[in-house]
Design a protein around this ligand. Structure first.
Ligand code: GDP
Length: 195
């Protein structure tokens, strides 16, 4: 999709605040600092539209970005940030759970994993959770520019094995720096939008 028009429609916590245009929604989840804002910015051709996290874990809202009056990108606040209190964590969990399990326009989730490392326990829990609810997932391995191309296949295997990757889902290496993987990710999004 050629993107010219993007607006932050709303930062929502409660379902009553979710948008009501009925456009399909694609949510993005991942650990703080994994590269979620960077991926969003590449997808919408902006340098710094989506906030890059100076304060990881601080935004505890679901941010609905309206893209071309066709789709919402839903930025789910990053998990796995140690300084967040237990109470904050529970609030986060409830907000995410309500959204992921009840939201009709949600067509799929992009789950971001750092390409260089084995997925964390939080990454695995999130992926297993999405699988349990049969939500279509695109696993995007970020920062692929930081590993040699010759190691991509091996890293892909390590990540898939640790996640318990389901064959009905898809996997894509991505770099915000080189933009490698951008077209494939857009293809997946457009396929999901049509479902
Ligand atoms: P977020 O917290 O998940 O939104 O992560 P950000 O998008 O803010 O990225 C966290 C840090 O990783 C920033 O310093 C980014 O510049 C860096 N980063 C993100 N994506 C990439 C990438 O593909 N390649 C490289 N080399 N650095 C990246």
């Amino acid at each position: 999709m050629e993107v010219h028009n993007v607006e932050l429609q709303i930062s929502a916590v409660q379902p009553e605040q979710y948008p009501d245009q009925g456009y399909p929604e694609i949510a993005m989840v991942g650990r703080s600092n994994v590269g979620k804002s960077s991926l969003t910015n590449v997808l919408i051709n902006r340098k710094s539209y989506a906030r890059t996290s100076s304060q990881p874990g601080k935004t505890q809202t679901l941010n609905f970005y309206r893209v071309e009056d066709q789709v919402f990108f839903v930025d789910v606040p990053g998990y796995g940030y140690a300084k967040v209190s237990q109470k904050e964590r529970e609030k986060w969990g409830q907000m995410i759970e309500t959204y992921l399990t009840t939201r009709k326009p949600l067509k799929g989730v992009i789950s971001l994993i750092d390409a260089r490392h084995e997925p964390t326990e939080d990454d695995v829990s999130m992926y297993q959770y999405l699988s349990y609810y049969k939500i279509p997932v695109l696993v995007v391995a970020t920062k692929s520019d930081k590993i040699a191309r010759g190691k991509w296949n091996k890293q892909e295997s390590i990540i898939k094995k640790k996640l318990g990757f389901n064959q009905r889902d898809q996997f894509q290496m991505f770099s915000a720096q080189t933009k490698s993987g951008k077209e494939e990710i857009w293809k997946w999004i457009e396929d999901r939008m049509g479902d």
